[in-house]
Design a protein around this ligand. Structure first.
Ligand code: ARG
Length: 271
C-alpha cells in the first residue's frame, strides 16, 4: 500500500480571534499558544510514523489556517480549492491554492458563488465509490453537483442541523472496509435515513452525545491507527474490534476553535 501523504499547517498564528461556530464563543481569546504548539506537535509525531507529512506555511492573521482539512478536496492530482463561507477565512484560499500549485496539483475551476469548505464537508467513503457531502452551515447545497461533475464520482448529500457539528467531518467519519462512525442527532431525519440506506447496520458505528462532544468523529485514521482527541472506552473498544488501534491525544486548544485531529489534517492521496 502506498504511504499516505498528509498536509498540515503549524499553529504559529493559531488563536480564537473571531466567532464563526458555537465552540468559538467559549474559546474566544482563550487559547494558550504553548499548549496549542505541544498538542499539535504530539499529533504530528503520531502521524509521521504512519504517513509522509507536508507543510503549508502559516500566515499571520489567518488563525484557522491550521485546519488544513478545509484547504480543499483532493482526488488524484486534482484539487478543488475551498471557497469559504465566512469572510474571516477567505484569506486562506490564496495561500492554500499557491501550495497546491507549487506541489503539482491541477486546480479544478470552481464557481466563486458556491461555498465549499473542502474535506471538512466532503469525505470519501472507504467502502464504496462515492463521496459523502455535507451542507447546512458552511458548504452550499449546490456544492455536491459541482463535485460530481468535476470528479465524476457520486455524491451522497446529507444535511447538518446542529450548529455544534457544523462541518460533516465533526460528526461523520468514513472508516476502512465501509464502516462509518457518526453521530445521528447532527443530521436531519432524511439524512439519517440516507446514511442507514448506504451503510449496512453492522458497519454503522453510532456514537452518543458524550463522544460526539469530544469530537470523536473528527478522527484521523491512517495505516491502522486512528487518532482522536478523546473517546469513551466503549468506543475505543469498538474501533479495536474493526482492526483499528485508537490513539488518544488531547487537542483541547483546537477544540476551543471547534476543531480536532481530522480538521488539522488533509489526506493528499485519494483515489
Ligand atoms: N474555527 C474553524 C472554523 O470554524 C474550525 C474548522 C474546523 N475544521 C473542520 N474541518 N471541521 O472554521
Amino acid at each position: 500500500m502506498t504511504k499516505q501523504k498528509i498536509l498540515m499547517c503549524a499553529p504559529d498564528f493559531f488563536g480564537v480571534d473571531y466567532v464563526i461556530n458555537p465552540w468559538m464563543n467559549e474559546g474566544l481569546h482563550k487559547t494558550n499558544s504553548l499548549h496549542a504548539r505541544s498538542q499539535w506537535a504530539n499529533l504530528k509525531r503520531f502521524l509521521e510514523q504512519h504517513a509522509e507529512l507536508k507543510f503549508v506555511e502559516p500566515q499571520k492573521g489567518l488563525p484557522d489556517m491550521v485546519f488544513t482539512a478545509n484547504a480543499g478536496m483532493v482526488l488524484g492530482s486534482t484539487v478543488i480549492v475551498s471557497r469559504f463561507h465566512s469572510e474571516q477565512r477567505r484569506g486562506e484560499e490564496s495561500p492554500f491554492k499557491k501550495w497546491f500549485e507549487a506541489n503539482g496539483f491541477t486546480i479544478a475551476p470552481w464557481p466563486t458563488d458556491i461555498e465549499f469548505e473542502g474535506a471538512g464537508d466532503a469525505l470519501f467513503d472507504r467502502g464504496k465509490n462515492f463521496v459523502w457531502t455535507g451542507h447546512g452551515f458552511r458548504s452550499s447545497e449546490k456544492a455536491a453537483g459541482v463535485i460530481e461533475s468535476i470528479f465524476k464520482r457520486q455524491a451522497v448529500q446529507v444535511k447538518l442541523v446542529d450548529p455544534r457539528w457544523y462541518h460533516l467531518d465533526t460528526c461523520l467519519c468514513p472508516l476502512p472496509d465501509g464502516y462509518v462512525m457518526y453521530y445521528p442527532a447532527a443530521f436531519d431525519e432524511a439524512s439519517q435515513k440516507k446514511i442507514a440506506d448506504h451503510v449496512p447496520e453492522e458497519k454503522r458505528i453510532v456514537i452518543g452525545e458524550e463522544d460526539a462532544l469530544k469530537f470523536a468523529c473528527n478522527a484521523v485514521d491512517v495505516d491502522g491507527i486512528i487518532i482522536l482527541n478523546d473517546a469513551s472506552t466503549e468506543l475505543q473498544d469498538r474501533l479495536r474490534r474493526i482492526g483499528l488501534t485508537p490513539i488518544i491525544t488531547s487537542l483541547a486548544e483546537f477544540m476551543k476553535s471547534g476543531g480536532s485531529a481530522k480538521c488539522l489534517t488533509l489526506k493528499l492521496i485519494e483515489s
